[in-house]
Design a protein around this ligand. Structure first.
Ligand code: AMP
Ligand code: MG
Length: 278
């Protein structure tokens, strides 16, 4: 059972077909907390195994409209994971240096090395989202980027990076509620940004830009998942569940790598002792 919707390669996404309020029938809010704890513990174990096996790396991309819960996901889903071997990279408006390079330069530098997990809080997808919505570069430049992104992700996958991409899908009404809640809560007021209300005016353009990005750039090897995100507890559960299910598929291979590394290490030690006795 999938809790988030995987976008099949080559399909045309219409976001209106996906309900941001969706919660799978047989999960309730109270059960979800327990389930998330269980998945978190399993995720911790899998990440440790990946780290030790040193064979694959994991790149997790989080995208979504303002207030869709990218920060909350990182806090709640990854709280169990060992900070060693885990990094979070946030992508903001490019600096002067970043903007003087190709759009993938700043991302490529911070992709995870063998064994590591890196979470991208926003990503190079902004270069076909905000950039497209506001025409920050000419159309002939951003239209090429979908293909360039696919090539880049293929390069990563060919080099043993597991690439998973989550679109946190909220409704326009839910965004309004969340923006207003920030204003009312003095602990959240620091998050208030005039820009968020300004960007909200481009809601439809952003939805369209997401539809194109998800349609063009979801591949079997580097899939996009649409995560119903109006309910925060369900969003966390859906992401943790998807992640754990994908990583389970590598468990035997990692275990075998680890045993092989163990045998090699012991053999080297025996050899060293034998030579010391000569
Ligand atoms: P936040 O995630 O709220 O800290 O905001 C980061 C801001 O940086 C968002 O408004 C993004 O749209 C913007 N941003 C990220 N990448 C780019 C990019 N390549 N070009 C322009 N703006 C970007
Ligand atoms: Mg923001």
């Amino acid at each position: 059972m999938e809790l988030a919707w995987k976008v099949a390669e080559g399909s045309e996404v219409r976001l209106a077909d996906y309900d941001p309020d969706y919660t799978a029938k047989n999960t309730s809010h109270s059960e979800a907390k327990e389930e998330l704890d269980k998945l978190g513990a399993e995720l911790d174990g899998l990440q440790e195994l990946m780290w030790a096996a040193h064979h694959h790396s994991l790149l997790l991309i989080l995208q979504g409209m303002d207030t869709s819960g990218k920060d909350g996901t990182i806090r709640h889903v990854f709280s169990h994971v060992n900070p060693q071997g885990c990094a979070v990279q946030a992508f903001k408006v490019p600096t002067e240096e970043e903007a003087s390079h190709d759009f993938l330069w700043r991302a490529h530098k911070v992709t995870p090395g063998r064994g590591a997990l890196t979470i991208f809080n926003r990503s190079y997808y902004e270069d076909v989202l905000v950039v497209r919505v506001h025409n920050l570069v000419p159309e002939e430049v951003w239209t090429k980027r979908y293909k360039e992104i696919k090539h880049f992700e293929k390069l990563l996958v060919d080099n043993k990076t597991i690439v998973l991409k989550f679109f946190l899908h909220i409704s326009k009404d839910e965004q309004e509620q969340r923006l207003l809640a920030r204003e009312k809560d003095k602990d959240k007021a620091w998050k208030v940004a005039v820009g968020d209300w300004k960007e909200r005016a481009y809601w439809d353009e952003y939805q369209k830009a997401y539809e194109v990005a998800l349609s063009k750039c979801s591949t079997d090897k580097a899939p996009w998942y649409i995560v119903p995100a109006n309910h925060k507890w369900y969003r966390n559960l859906a992401i943790a569940h998807t992640l754990v299910h994908v990583l389970r598929g590598y468990k035997d291979e990692w275990q075998a790598d680890l045993e092989k590394r163990g045998r090699q290490a012991l053999a080297e030690l025996r050899q060293m002792r034998k030579e010391a006795h000569k």
